[in-house]
Structures are given as structure tokens and as C-alpha cells.
Design a protein. Structure first.
Length: 275
């Protein structure tokens, strides 16, 4: 098996892709609102990521608890993803921080039940639980433990925020080690600008880890723009693979074209190389 064959290709974001396709995502439920208003667009996005080469697809459950009858909505999100992609692909159920992702100081342990409830609701319908975009290490560990109690595989993604201001690399490393101890099988860094994420990637070396970066400022040209430089994003991702990442994908501002560029780079790899 080549090194490229050992890489799992995660999909890209649904929220910013819904916005790009003209679907409103305002309000506390954010992308989950589209489960009620635009389920066919969600399915189309999942299909597009599968066609681009992703094999793990994240159901639109990141803010699903903000919807009425959220358990039904969570099951619907998993079903939409499952029916849109090939049968052998894996479906991840997203579990978000209780508060705003970029306000980690709002976490309180008394809120832990929210993670447990969502994990239990998602577990029968998904192949893995993805606790993602956690900037508070204590909340990340709590969510990971709650998800692991279901018996479903757990990945946990930590963030320092788009501009790398919320966690320093050593703190993220320690948080990742704690999440692995709490039951995660893979730890990831996500939603840090692709041009600023390298120190966090370096901090995770030696652990089972993955990376899916934010496209960063539109002026950088990697995303959040009409003609993103998907090849530059893919080139950065190959650096993450060289550093040891075994899962790669895209976060806010990326799109199926980025995943397709990643797939091309991986397919071009020879055994023992990353490009």
C-alpha cells in the first residue's frame, strides 16, 4: 500500500457551501436550518463531495440541537448523507461546542448533557462521531468521552480559530492527548487558516491525527472567492500528509473543487512519497 492509499479523504464544509449556493444559514441553527428548507441541496453537496473523491461525509448536525424536534432532524441529516453517497463511504455525525466555537470561555461543565444527548441520538445512524471545532480543551474532552460511551468510533477536531488566536500549539497538543485518552481514535486540527495551521500540524506529530483547514482571508485566494486557488490549498495539504496526517479535508471556505484537487494529488503519489 502506498502512503497515499493510507490517507482518508474527508469532505469539505456544508455551511459555507450552502451559502455559496444561495441557501440562507442565518440563526442559531446555522447550516442545520437547511434540513427543513433545502434538503435536496444538502444531498447535492454530499454527492458532489463524493464525486470529488471524499470517502467520509459529515452529516449536517453541527447545530442541529437548535432546531425544534432536533432528534428527528439529526436522523434526517444522517439519512440524507447516507442516501447521497456510495454505500461503502462512511457517515460522520457532527457534534459542536454548546456555545459559539470561537468563544471557548462560555463552556460550563453543567452543559455536558447536551453532547451526550446528541451523541446518543446520532449513534444508531452514523459510522463515526466527529466532535469538531472545539477551542476549549475541557469541553473537547467532555464531548469526546460522551461520544465514546456510545461505542461508535470518535474523532475529535480542535481549533485555534481561523486566525490561530485561541490556542497555542503546545496547548492544542495536550488537549489532543487528553481527547485520545478519553476515547478518540483520531485527533484533528480544523478551522485554522490553511496558511497558519503548520505549527499546529507540527504539534500533533506522533499522534494519530488529521487536518482540515479554513480557507483563510479571501484576499489569500484559497477560498471564500469566485476562483479559489485549489491547487495551492492541495499543495499545503501535502505538507500535512508529509508531517504524518492520515486524514485530510477542507473546512470553511473550501468546496468540492478543493477536495477534487486533494484527490488528484493523492492519486499522483508513488509508494513512499506524498507528491
Amino acid at each position: 500500500m502506498s502512503r497515499a492509499d493510507a490517507i482518508t479523504l474527508l469532505d469539505g464544509p456544508t455551511g459555507t457551501e450552502l451559502q455559496r449556493r444561495g441557501v440562507p444559514t442565518e440563526g442559531p441553527a446555522w447550516s442545520a436550518t437547511a434540513l427543513l428548507t433545502h434538503p435536496q441541496t444538502i444531498a447535492a453537496i454530499h454527492r458532489d463531495y463524493a464525486a470529488a473523491g471524499a470517502t467520509v461525509h459529515t452529516a449536517v448536525t453541527f447545530r442541529v440541537r437548535q432546531l425544534p424536534r432536533w432528534r428527528d432532524a439529526a436522523a434526517r441529516a444522517a439519512r440524507i448523507a447516507r442516501e447521497a453517497v456510495p454505500a461503502h463511504h462512511r457517515i460522520a455525525g457532527a457534534i459542536a461546542p454548546v456555545g459559539d466555537c470561537y468563544e471557548p470561555w462560555t463552556w460550563d461543565p453543567s452543559l455536558a448533557r447536551a453532547h451526550r444527548d446528541l451523541a446518543e441520538a446520532l449513534a444508531p445512524s452514523v459510522d463515526l462521531l466527529l466532535c469538531e471545532t472545539f477551542a476549549n480543551p475541557d469541553e473537547a474532552v467532555s464531548a469526546t468521552g460522551s461520544a465514546a460511551e456510545t461505542g461508535v468510533e470518535v474523532w475529535t477536531a480542535l481549533t485555534a480559530g481561523p486566525w490561530a488566536t485561541l490556542l497555542d500549539p503546545p496547548t492544542l497538543r495536550t488537549a489532543a492527548e487528553r481527547c485520545l485518552a478519553a476515547g478518540a481514535t483520531t485527533v484533528l486540527v480544523n478551522c485554522v487558516a490553511a496558511t497558519r495551521i503548520a505549527p499546529y500540524v507540527d504539534a500533533l506529530q506522533g499522534l494519530p491525527f488529521g487536518v482540515y483547514a479554513n480557507a483563510g482571508d479571501p484576499d489569500e485566494g484559497l477560498g471564500f472567492c469566485e476562483h479559489p486557488d485549489v491547487e495551492r490549498y492541495a499543495a499545503l495539504a501535502m505538507d500535512w500528509v508529509e508531517a504524518g496526517a492520515r486524514v485530510i479535508g477542507g473546512c470553511c471556505g473550501t468546496r468540492p473543487a478543493h477536495v477534487r484537487a486533494l484527490r488528484r494529488r493523492l492519486d499522483a503519489c508513488e509508494p513512499g512519497t506524498t507528491g
